[in-house]
Design a protein around this ligand. Structure first.
Ligand code: AMP
Ligand code: MG
Length: 418
């Protein structure tokens, strides 16, 4: 079973900048997940674990890029029309089967093997027919409309690199290179819990003072989007013995334990005690908003993450910290997601030394540039703000005041969610 080394999340307890937290995770976490071989049809979203080298060139031989006529460039009159007899036919999968000499025009179709001899293809739109001959307008360049062998992939070339999460086009490229299977990380098995006596399963008759559990659905969806195999283990009551037992049991056959709620310092928060009694726990006070407390630790040697309970904080913290952590466990390359420059349509004050994410919706300004509008209600519990938003405006640590019209960095949700 996959495990980390002992107490890999230890740290001094200070307020931590996000960069520092991510650097620490990178230094402390190893790829612990075993590899498996999967069919290409199963490979989407998985983390590739070995470089893929193509055994073949693509295309293997020169072929035509258009429907038209394959000719010898040297036969064409550069100043006037050229009339050539049509002496053969080559379609995709049906080669001419002989070489074509000077003075011949071969009717050819997209993807058909270029016959030996001709070096240029005239698009049919640029030709006219005259009985059994084709009449070619002047002006084409040598080698036009011909795809050269190996112009997409050269045999022996590394076409995909270990550590990348496979996208649809990556899977397609592996197929083009002739592979049928890829070596990837097996799925991460994640045990997911919510905690809190106020939580109820959606669909139940509401009890007074209760709310429906939403975090397990948001976080579960985020995990599945990363290709994790999620065990949905329900809602844990605010009782130390129940939490202890549930986490201890789940640690046996999962690679990661994830909870939300119950990790602040309130006396109702039992997650801390439950983890500490069976391993290690460190409350990382991240200098981020929304978010802030995240608990990282181990139950035995199985990594544990306690997300904040507030729905916005739990999703944002997941994206900022847990997502890179999971990619790392899977052996994935962890690159910062792309941010895009947009114009802020709001003023904002913030504390220095804290990274802040403002939920924002994009619209197109009259000058054609994107404008970010802030969601009016900012609380860490306002889940509808995430639904309204297209992503997060990311305000750096050193900024204290943002004025409307400033250029800011925008992180679209599409960069970090499935
Ligand atoms: P806690 O961190 O447990 O003190 O929770 C902070 C806030 O988040 C409280 O208002 C909780 O009711 C709320 N909360 C905790 N867990 C969830 C959940 N799974 N779904 C929705 N809200 C939650
Ligand atoms: Mg709670």
């Amino acid at each position: 079973m996959a495990q980390l080394s002992d107490d890999c999340f230890a740290h001094g307890g200070r307020l931590m900048r996000l960069d520092e937290a991510l650097a620490l995770l990178e230094a402390r976490i190893d790829t612990i997940i075993e590899v498996e071989q999967v069919a290409l049809s199963e490979a989407l979203g998985r983390v590739l674990r070995e470089d893929v080298v193509s055994a073949v060139s693509v295309p293997a031989e020169n072929n035509s890029a258009v429907d038209g006529y394959a000719v010898h460039f040297a036969d064409l009159d550069p100043e006037a029309e050229t009339r050539l007899p049509i002496t053969g036919r080559a379609a995709a999968g049906h080669p001419l089967g002989r070489s074509a000499g000077r003075g011949e025009a071969i009717r050819i179709f997209t993807g058909a093997l270029m016959p030996e001899g001709p070096d240029t293809v005239m698009m049919q739109e640029d030709c006219s027919l005259d009985g059994e001959a084709v009449v070619i307008r002047p002006g084409i360049k040598r080698g036009s409309n011909r795809r050269l062998a190996g112009e997409d992939i050269t045999a022996g070339e590394t076409v995909l690199r270990a550590g990348q999460r496979l996208r649809p086009q990556d899977v397609g490229l592996a197929a083009a290179a002739g592979l049928t299977e890829l070596m990837v990380s097996r799925p991460l098995r994640v045990a997911l819990f919510s905690t809190g006596d106020e939580l109820q399963e959606p669909g139940q008759v509401p009890r007074p003072g209760c709310i429906y559990d939403s975090n397990r659905y948001t976080v579960g969806a985020l995990l599945r989007g990363l290709g994790c195999r999620v065990s949905d283990l329900g809602i844990l009551p605010d009782r130390r013995d129940s939490v202890t037992a549930a986490l201890g049991e789940a640690a046996v056959d999962h690679d990661l334990l994830l909870t939300s709620g119950g990790v602040s310092t309130g006396e109702e928060d039992h997650v801390k005690a439950a983890v500490e009694s069976q391993g290690k726990l460190h409350a990382w006070k991240l200098a981020i908003k929304p978010g802030r407390p995240i608990a990282l630790g181990q139950v035995g040697l199985t990594p544990f993450v306690g997300l904040p309970g507030n729905p916005v904080a739990s999703m944002v913290t997941f994206l900022a910290v847990v997502r890179p952590m999971i990619l790392r466990l899977l052996g994935g390359r962890v690159e910062p997601p792309h941010r895009f420059a947009v114009t802020a349509d709001f003023d904002h004050k913030k504390k220095r030394d804290r990274r802040e994410w403002v939920r924002a919706r994009l619209s197109l300004g009259s000058d054609g540039r994107l404008i970010a509008r802030k969601f009016p209600r900012e609380g860490a519990g306002i889940l509808s703000s995430l639904v309204e938003a297209d992503g997060l405006v990311e305000l750096p640590e050193d900024l204290t005041r943002l004025e409307s019209g400033a250029i800011v960095e925008f992180l679209p949700f599409s960069e970090v969610t499935p």
